[in-house]
Design a protein around this ligand. Structure first.
Ligand code: FAD
Length: 442
């Protein structure tokens, strides 16, 4: 697209991941002129999927956690997708695989726990639905588990399960509110693996945004957001061109957002980014000519914060007979990572859960360090309440969206904050333009 002809719009969006695309849909549907800039060749950011001869590999294992803002937004925007519930979970402990105690039936059945262990875990899960999760905002995951769980085997199991749920092994820092809320949601709402991988959601959002009239410009890096006297003016592109707008939404990671605002010298954002706890993970993603052991498709390790899932057993992401396995290790953001050791740990998990996998590999992708969540709600920041909201303090009509903004975790935060940012602009009449009222924005 010839960017030289595009000089102004109502709203400019920086970033073409789930957050940027959702914000573009809401705003363009309401009649605003919207232009979105993405620096990469393709759209989708961390939700993109790569097609290797019909094997569709997400950037690490991705599941849609239903019952939150992500599902709501996808429904409101009528984004089509087919999702499938995974099943048959196992726990790997000292080389043996045990049924994962995720329901009353599997709790009774599992050989992982003794009778007394089962009683304690059963009590823990039975108290979850009525728990006021915000009361745990200033308690760490580790403290919560130490206070509520006395039996070592139950604590060991819940500690590893907690890492997988909060996407971090820094359990002394992460707020227990995150774990409790996520467990509450998953007791009531299914987790879904998506046919076609998460690119299905990205493509659905792309089409919806284009249909609504948004202009999506990829291969175009935004260099800076421009503002004067507390009012946003527009953006400057990497080629030096300036584009004016009534509002700008930054839908990038926090570190990228900071670079866009006066070379990172804008104090309120700088403070947020300085204090944040990231959630890096190491992922080993595999395309295999077949699944070695379909009887143990999903495995939680107890030797370390490692997880494996054979997603192609549930969702259409591999050619007939082939398999896609995602594994990941939750890293501790306070320590330097050791990519070689992390990769070996994931290989060891595969050796135990899927013996024979090495001979079947068609494609392997190792991502040593990718951010699963832009900003983890911590004890120090007071859980979700301590996260920044979409409005950048002190700069009128400069908004933020992404998985580090507002309440909600992972894609719930990305899509939820994108909707919130769009609402702020539309409902408060900040665009000063005639917009169509649509039900979801009222
Ligand atoms: C391994 C892994 C597993 C995950 N699992 C799950 C899961 O199971 N469930 C779930 O809900 N979520 C999961 N997530 C999180 C989910 O992928 C993210 O929350 C979501 O994709 C973030 O979308 P976003 O739009 O907020 O940010 P991003 O995807 O980071 O998008 C930001 C975009 O901005 C672009 N950009 C940055 N700077 C500029 C610039 N200057 N100019 C132009 N463009 C720019 C980037 O290229 C990028 O495309 C997982 C993430 C990872 C990494």
């Amino acid at each position: 697209m010839d960017t030289a002809k595009l000089q102004q719009a109502d709203v400019l969006i920086v970033g073409g991941g789930l957050a940027g695309l959702s914000a573009a849909c809401y705003l363009a549907r309401s009649g605003a002129s919207v232009r979105l800039y993405e620096k990469s060749t393709g759209l989708g950011g961390r939700a993109s999927t790569t097609n290797y001869d019909g094997f569709l590999l997400n950037r690490g294992a991705h599941a849609l956690y239903t019952g939150g803002a992500a599902e709501e937004v996808l429904q409101e925007l009528a984004i089509p997708y087919n999702g499938h519930k995974p099943g048959s979970l196992y726990v790997l402990r000292q080389g043996k695989l045990h049924v994962f105690p995720a329901s009353v039936g599997s709790l009774l059945q599992t050989s992982l726990l003794s009778f007394r262990d089962k009683l304690e875990l059963g009590r823990f899960f039975s108290k979850l639905p009525t728990l006021k999760t915000e009361e745990l905002a200033r308690v760490s995951v580790n403290s919560w588990l130490h206070e509520t769980i006395k039996r070592p085997r139950v604590r060991e199991f819940l500690t590893m399960f907690a890492c997988t749920n909060v996407y971090s092994s820094a359990l002394d820092l992460v707020s227990a509110e995150v774990l409790a809320y996520k467990l509450q949601l998953s007791l009531k709402h299914p987790i879904l693996y998506i046919d076609g991988g998460w690119q299905t959601l990205v493509e659905g959002l792309r089409q919806a945004a284009v249909r609504a009239g948004a202009q999506l410009i990829n291969n175009c890096r935004v260099e800076a957001v421009e503002y004067t006297a507390g009012q946003v003016q527009g953006i400057q592109l990497a080629n030096g061109q300036r584009v004016q707008a009534k509002a700008v939404i930054i839908a990038t990671t926090p570190q990228e957002a900071l670079k866009l605002v006066e070379d990172g010298s804008y104090a309120p954002l700088q403070q947020i980014v300085q204090d944040l706890l990231p959630a890096p993970v190491a992922c080993l993603d595999l395309a295999l000519s077949r699944l070695p052991d379909p009887t143990h498709p999903i495995v939680q390790d107890t030797a370390g914060p490692h997880f494996m899932t054979s997603q192609s057993l549930y969702a259409r992401i591999a050619p007939e007979g082939g398999a896609v396995i995602h594994t990941f290790k939750l890293l501790d953001p306070t320590r330097p990572s050791e990519p070689q050791e992390d990769e070996r740990a994931l290989e060891r998990l595969l050796d135990s859960a899927q013996p024979g996998w090495r001979e079947l590999v068609l494609k392997r992708v190792f991502l040593p360090h990718i951010q699963a969540v832009g900003m983890l709600p911590t004890v120090a920041s007071g859980g979700y309440a301590g996260r920044p909201g979409p409005q950048v303090p002190g700069i009128h009509n400069l908004l933020l969206a992404g998985d580090w903004i507002g309440a909600g975790f992972l894609a719930d935060a990305s899509l939820g904050s994108a909707r919130q940012a769009a609402r702020l602009l539309l409902q408060e009449g900040r665009l000063n333009t005639r917009i169509e009222a649509i039900s979801v924005l009222q």
